[in-house]
Write a protein that binds this ligand. Structure first.
Ligand code: FE2
Length: 295
């Protein structure tokens, strides 16, 4: 496996050169600097803060934990595929049940349907430049299946253990690709992502799905551990887009710093593939899947 993450300045129209596309295929991840303007990053952060303003944390007790997947026991999480819902950090509350930090600095994420339900998120998520990236990484008929606004708040932003997104967003054949936007500078200090370059060539280690009773199953497909000693930090200045294969192993450390690390992600599947009814992430028929075309 190579020991670096391919990093480029984004082309103005978002298109990937043949060198960039082949670097992506080899590493399973590509970092594109200056993909989004600072104005667009600020506008999305502003909109997220407006949504948070209207959210009452007393109405929700679902915390998100990648280590335990305990959030998947809650209908509030499981039914969020076509809604805008708010998930708190594991360490958000003190012993008396009060938030330790400001509301914005207590949230793990907002998910999972903003790109279809909120006009500001919709227009950020659907641009000709993104359509060109999708084409460049091999999509024929892309559809954005989920969006997440990730806060990674100062001091309590939780660790995300090493995983492959296709374990959760599984299609047959596999087609999931993550589009991750740095809305603030992501550094080693505030919990940037790490990737194992070439790790997308490893088998899919796990499948997470609901059985007929609705219970969440984590089926282990491959017992061998991820070679985490090969992980490389993907530091990303605000405005960077990181695109990664659904099989690409990735993780992020806890944020113990004083700086938040806001990011926005889209997960994209190819509609030519089968999307199983047992995936946890589902949406109602009233909200059909859409690709990158606006309107
Ligand atoms: Fe992930």
């Amino acid at each position: 496996m190579d020991d670096s993450i391919p990093t480029y300045t984004a082309a103005p129209d978002g298109s990937l050169s043949s060198e960039m596309a082949s670097a992506y295929r080899e590493a399973g991840v590509i970092v594109l600097h200056d993909f989004v303007s600072s104005e667009a990053c600020s506008a999305l952060r502003q909109r997220a803060l407006e949504l948070v303003d209207a959210f009452d944390p007393a109405t929700v007790d679902t915390v998100f934990s990648s280590a335990t997947d305990q959030h998947q026991a809650d209908a509030y999480f499981l039914e969020s595929g076509d809604k805008i819902r708010f998930f708190l950090e594991d360490g958000a509350f003190d012993e008396s049940g009060e938030l330790k930090q400001a509301k914005t600095d207590s949230l793990n994420k907002i998910g999972h349907g903003m790109h279809d339900l909120d006009p500001v998120f919709d227009s950020f998520s659907r641009t000709p430049e993104l359509a060109n990236v999708a084409r460049g990484v091999g999509f024929e008929d892309p559809a954005i299946i989920q969006s997440m606004y990730i806060f990674k708040p100062p001091r309590i932003g939780g660790e995300v253990v090493c995983h492959q997104d296709s374990a959760y967003i599984y299609t047959e054949p596999e087609s999931c690709v993550g589009f991750w936007f740095a809305l603030e500078d992501a550094t080693i200090e505030n919990g940037c992502m790490y990737f194992i370059p070439g790790g997308h060539k490893l088998p899919l280690k796990k499948r997470n799905y609901r059985d007929e009773s609705g219970a969440i199953i984590n089926e282990i497909l491959d017992e061998s551990p991820f070679p985490e000693h090969l992980k490389i930090p993907a530091e990303a200045p605000a405005g960077t887009l990181v695109v990664f294969d659904g099989r690409a192993p990735h993780l992020s450390a806890a944020n113990h710093s004083k700086k938040s690390r806001h990011a926005y992600t889209l997960h994209v599947i190819d509609q030519k593939c089968c999307y199983p009814a047992e995936n946890w992430l589902q949406r109602g028929d009233d909200l059909p899947l859409r690709g990158f075309d606006q309107g």
